[in-house]
Design a protein around this ligand. Structure first.
Ligand code: IMP
Ligand code: MG
Length: 179
């Protein structure tokens, strides 16, 4: 079995890159069909979403779509701290826009709840959610998840932008923490 060691922890292969690519491409086609004509602004949530943003948006075929980046943090080690910090803000007027939050993972949902409120407060006309992974069993707040590529169990994973204290982000496959 394929394993990887990051800092003090061992992880085993959970999802192959090709399977993730396929789910993301399917998702991109749905988003294209649904959001054509809305001139959407995709807002990529750094750092974790950098790879998903690229993989998704290469396959979204909407000529008047735009992309912007923000940076927030809530994780420390392998657990969510429960509170969200904004590290790099949005430098763009989103009044009246259809914005699509592009996230790597919805875990407790706290970061997403924070982002939805923040973007609505800044005047977005519509806030749509697109996440690569979603852990339904970890969700602690009610949020409308419009689009997700894959559902995961409530386990800590790395790869595809997701890290364990800075490591593992660049792995194209996804690995799960051994217990
Ligand atoms: P939430 O606020 O608990 O939903 O957590 C959201 C953020 O925590 C995600 O966007 C990820 O960046 C990070 N996160 C959640 N689960 C994992 C995981 O299994 N591995 C690495 N990072 C994670
Ligand atoms: Mg994230």
């Amino acid at each position: 079995m394929k394993t990887v060691k990051l800092h003090d922890k061992e992880f085993t292969l959970l999802l192959e890159s090709a399977a993730i690519d396929k789910s993301i491409a399917t998702l991109a086609h749905h988003i294209t069909d649904d959001l054509k004509g809305t001139a959407p602004l995709f807002i990529s949530v750094l750092s974790g979403s950098f790879m998903f943003t690229s993989d998704l948006l290469k396959n979204v075929n909407i000529p008047d779509a735009e992309v912007a980046f923000i940076k927030i943090g809530s994780y420390s080690g392998t657990t969510s701290t429960g509170y969200v910090r904004e590290l790099v803000g949005l430098d763009q007027d989103i009044t009246g826009r259809c914005v699509v939050i592009v996230e790597d993972m919805i875990d407790t949902g706290r970061s997403m709840e924070y982002l939805i409120n923040m973007l609505k407060a800044k005047g977005a006309a519509r806030v749509v959610i697109a996440t690569m992974f979603y852990k339904p069993k970890a969700l602690q707040v009610e949020i409308p998840i419009d689009y997700y590529a894959m559902v995961l169990e409530n386990d800590f994973v790395v790869g595809r932008g997701l890290d364990y204290d800075g490591l593992g982000r660049l792995l194209p496959d996804v690995y799960v923490l051994k217990n």
